[in-house]
Design a protein around this ligand. Sequence first.
Ligand SMILES: CCCC/C=C/CC(=O)SCCNC(=O)CCNC(=O)[C@H](O)C(C)(C)COP(=O)(O)OP(=O)(O)OC[C@H]1O[C@@H](n2cnc3c(N)ncnc32)[C@H](O)[C@@H]1OP(=O)(O)O
Length: 282
Amino acid sequence: MLRKIFNPARLSRFQRTMVTVSSSDALVSTEVDDKTGYATVTLNRAPVNSLSLELMTEIVKTVDELERSNIRGMVLTSFSNKVFCAGLDIMEMVNPDLDRLRAVWTRLQDTWASLYGTSFPTVALINGHAPAGGCLLALCCEYRVMCNNFNIGLNETQLGLAVPPWLQGTMRQTIGTREAEIHCIKGTMFNSQDALKIGLVDELAAENGEAMQRALHYLNTFKQMSPYARSATKLLMRNKDIEDMKRGRKEDVERFVENVMNSDFQNGLTVYLQSLKNRKNK
Ligand SMILES: CCCC/C=C/CC(=O)SCCNC(=O)CCNC(=O)[C@H](O)C(C)(C)COP(=O)(O)OP(=O)(O)OC[C@H]1O[C@@H](n2cnc3c(N)ncnc32)[C@H](O)[C@@H]1OP(=O)(O)O
């Protein structure tokens, strides 16, 4: 069943006026260019945009608001020119409260579903490292432009976490079944050049300005196209994955909780956090 397809009623709103949507919460800021109708959504959670429950809630809220507005495209980027998003907030997994842990994974599922299933075109402007959940955000977008000299990948298994089936599917669609299997299992992190070679990103840019030009160029390719046909085709391709995730979501949450509460995982997390701090102090 189609979750949402471009509603022709929106077309008349499109033609009349452009609404500027802005988030009052500082964790995510949104700017809409009234001339083009393109929204730039910037993740603002210093220092590394790690995905706390609150940040993911803001992302979902922002995408929902944009879906109800009349934008023609979205660029997702980071306030930092060093880290796009460092993945799930590791602190959410250290000796967690179980209800909150369940809420975190449920919100991650929602974040994936809402970004993956937008009716408007989306580009990730990856202006920094994008491990794990950072790679997930980029994968949800239709197109990925990455600045040079950063790393991206689903490194969850390196941390002792299983990659959920819905995210495996997105990776398969992006880089192909064989490569996705190998690199999800290995937890490979790719540098920008290798990410381009394997198809994990679509274009590279020397710096942010060039990346934005390339992102806008992608959005401009739809200027003359029927928004209905574009949106319907995308969602006919993606909606089944979203419905499948929703059907299995409770089981998926419990699998994550079991994974995180395992004492080996908790011990490994302590070592991993320490290794991040040691790396910093070198
Ligand atoms: C498969 C299911 C899909 C979703 C599931 C996802 C699971 C995850 O996402 S688990 C998280 C995976 N993320 C990582 O492994 C990234 C870890 N971080 C890094 O590799 C580096 O921090 C960086 C390359 C992202 C950035 O390096 P940089 O040198 O710029 O900054 P740092 O000094 O390392 O970090 C600054 C500060 O931020 C803390 N931090 C980093 N990442 C996280 C994080 N994911 N959660 C919470 N906090 C994080 C880091 O410890 C530093 O804190 P202090 O200043 O207090 O030392």
